[in-house]
Design a protein around this ligand. Structure first.
Ligand code: PLP
Length: 366
């Protein structure tokens, strides 16, 4: 069976593995071990508690997480984390938190922090149109900052950190929404990582938060409404109120796929590097016909963003691509151009198809 989804290059919600979609289709009618629809399963059932526990165990295994990390499944998307992080770790602080302003999404996080406590933009790529990322010596990190916040993969501009910014002595907080579990990450160097599901991990509706319990216990003294309090979610094993049962179940299926079918993060990383290599090679071979948005050292393995040097090619490309069955290639409205998103579930052969199509399109124009 051919899935149209195979050629879905959308920036998010993104493509999911075909084997997972088939299991979801079955589970919507009847979860095999329950005999009822996934959509009608009680979130207070033992079965669902087991789903959460198993999903957590896969995340722990894949990232080799220390016990100090809590693994939470929350709602509100990455955007809610833009506020929950400062509400928890910045409120009442006398020294400012450091923020890196590296693109559309990190820029969005800034005002959320500024309305809670003191913060400082330690580096900004805005004046250069967010086409590169800071190298270490360019940033004057504050050793007294309560934390440093950054976005590991700027989904809109196609920029990805290939090293870990910041000081090891300052708690690192990272929005990994668009590259979580796409490559190996040394979690020892982080205090909190969050990632919503809908780019690389499942459907919209659930956001994973990995947070150090020791940091939480030591830094968060304030009273917060339960729903905005990581400690309450931790105690409730992510079932504080009705969680998105469907989304969490799909994430579980994707985690099983990643662990047992793909074979873990080293394998995933190698596959993703090969896919991205093919895409950027193709774009480079097109020479002056295309301009890649990101400077070479900062190119993302998840989202390749470029525009045609001939503006009249843009709409023609999108129209013909759509007709040829390649979906979701339009760049984000803030940068325009074309964005090729190649999340974990994007198959290498679908990348081959796309690369061939892009080259052929340019040949036909020239
Ligand atoms: C898409 C995206 C967001 C927005 O997430 P929501 O779940 O819609 O709030 C935030 N950060 C990054 C890096 C993203 O790619």
């Amino acid at each position: 069976m051919a899935f149209l989804d195979e050629h879905n290059f959308s920036g998010g919600p993104g493509v999911l593995p075909a084997s997972v979609l088939l299991q979801v289709q079955q589970a919507i009618l009847q979860v095999p071990e329950l005999g009822i629809s996934l959509l009608g399963v009680s979130h207070r059932s033992d079965w669902f508690a087991q789903v959460v526990a198993e999903a957590e165990s896969h995340v722990r295994y894949l990232l080799n997480l220390e016990d100090d990390f809590a693994v939470l499944f929350l709602q509100g998307g990455a955007t809610q984390q833009f506020s929950m992080v400062p509400m928890t770790f910045l409120a009442g602080s006398s020294s400012p938190a450091d923020y890196l302003d590296t693109g559309y999404w990190s820029h969005k996080s800034l005002p959320h922090a500024a309305c809670i406590g003191p913060m400082r933009t330690a580096w900004s790529g805005q004046a250069r149109g967010y086409c590169d990322l800071p190298v270490r010596h360019e940033v004057d990190y504050d050793p007294r900052a309560p934390y440093m916040h950054y976005v590991s993969n700027e989904t809109v501009e196609g920029l990805q950190f290939h090293d870990v910014p910041g000081l090891d002595s300052v708690p690192r907080v990272c929005d990994m929404s668009s590259d979580f579990l796409s490559r190996w990450v040394d979690m020892k160097r982080y205090a909190l990582v969050y990632a919503h599901a809908q780019k690389n991990l499942g459907p919209a509706g659930v956001t994973l938060v990995l947070v150090r319990k020791s940091w939480l216990a030591q830094s968060c003294q304030t009273d917060l409404p339960d729903f905005l309090d990581y400690r309450q979610h931790m105690q409730a094993h992510s079932i504080l109120n009705t969680p998105p049962v469907f989304a969490i179940y799909v994430v579980l299926l994707v985690l099983r796929w990643l662990r047992y079918e793909v074979g873990g993060l080293d394998k995933m990383q190698a596959i993703n590097a090969a896919k991205a290599g093919k895409v950027y090679n193709c774009l480079e071979r097109l020479g002056d016909d295309v301009v890649i948005h990101a400077t070479a050292a900062c190119r993302s393995q998840m989202n390749a963003v470029f525009h045609f040097s001939h503006p009249e090619w843009q709409q023609r490309f999108l129209d013909l691509s759509q007709r040829a069955g390649f979906i979701g290639l339009e760049g984000h409205r803030s940068v325009g151009g074309v964005r090729i998103s190649m999340y974990n579930a994007m198959q290498p052969h679908a990348i081959d198809d796309l690369v061939e199509w892009v080259a052929e399109f340019c040949r036909l124009q020239g």
